[in-house]
Ligand binder design. Structure first.
Ligand code: ADP
Length: 257
């Protein structure tokens, strides 16, 4: 705690009262720690692909260039790492724009049932590549909410592609939409690897991954759900997860009516 006080008196030495100002700096300190951790994470995430690019380039220059097949495979690795860095920088820029309130939200009345159906449709091709079955379920054709459709499409894309990414071949993915008096809910339920209970709230933190190596291998930046959470909060909505390890995960998006 930071504090300062002043002593008042009519004449020297004659104290009439004391004003004590106390300031709780816990939150300030926590924010500072989070900022430091974020910068360390960004540096690490960028250094990892750069180290790979550098070592593969050096090996090519040292003579591997002469062997065509080897050279091609090295260049593919370099290309892949460059793509990862691009994705990371794009996500970082997006987060920074959201943090600085530079993103303009075009809120309109939208048929969310249709928006979800379209997102599911767009991802069918990726599910099919893994022989997964993805189905959309809705009791009604129209559920209207006030949202920015592009931004919500972005959230749905992230959650649906995670369901595909973190589920095995031939898995089943179900996407639901339902409503009660207060909320409209969209659930994306997969039958994948699941998330341990202790990580359920942390997956929405920047760069938090249950399995770093696995996420990177799949081309993840570790920022998708953090961006999704920011977008949902801008809509006064919520995003949360329930899961059973080894059985599957459901990500729930809630929109206030
Ligand atoms: P990433 O780019 O790593 O996928 P996200 O922010 O989208 O980053 O997700 C954060 C982490 O949450 C992932 O690394 C993964 O560990 C976990 N996760 C997200 N969605 C799922 C899911 N459907 N099943 C299992 N784990 C998931």
């Amino acid at each position: 705690i930071n504090g300062c006080f002043a002593v008042y008196g009519r004449e020297k030495g004659e104290a009439e009262g004391v004003i004590l100002v106390l300031q709780d700096v816990t939150e300030q300190k926590e924010l500072e720690e989070m900022r430091k951790e974020f910068v360390a994470n960004v540096s690490h995430e960028l250094r990892t692909p750069l180290t790979t690019v550098k070592s593969y380039t050096e090996t090519l220059l040292d003579g591997a260039l002469e062997e065509k097949e080897l050279a091609v495979s090295f260049l593919q690795v370099i290309n892949h790492e460059a793509d990862r860095m691009t994705a990371l920088v794009q996500d970082l820029l997006e987060l920074s724009r959201l943090d600085n309130k530079q993103v303009k939200f075009n809120i309109r009345t939208v048929n969310l049932a249709q928006l979800v159906a379209e997102s599911v449709q767009q991802h069918q091709i990726h599910a099919l590549k893994k022989h997964q079955t993805m189905k959309f379920h809705s009791n009604v054709e129209e559920i209207f909410v006030s949202v920015d459709p592009d931004r919500i499409h972005q959230v749905l894309s992230n959650v649906i592609s995670n369901a595909i990414k973190y589920s095995p071949e031939e898995a089943r993915i179900d996407v639901y939409i339902s409503q009660d008096e207060e909320w409209v809910r969209v659930g994306v339920k997969d039958t994948g690897i699941g998330i341990p209970q202790k990580d359920l709230t942390r997956i929405f933190e920047r760069f938090y991954r249950v399995d770093k190596a696995r996420s990177r291998e799949m081309g993840g930046t570790g920022l998708g759900l953090a961006i999704a959470k920011e977008i949902m909060e801008h809509h006064k909505g919520r995003i949360w997860a329930k899961s059973e390890q080894g059985k599957g995960t459901t990500i729930i998006l809630e929109f206030c009516k």
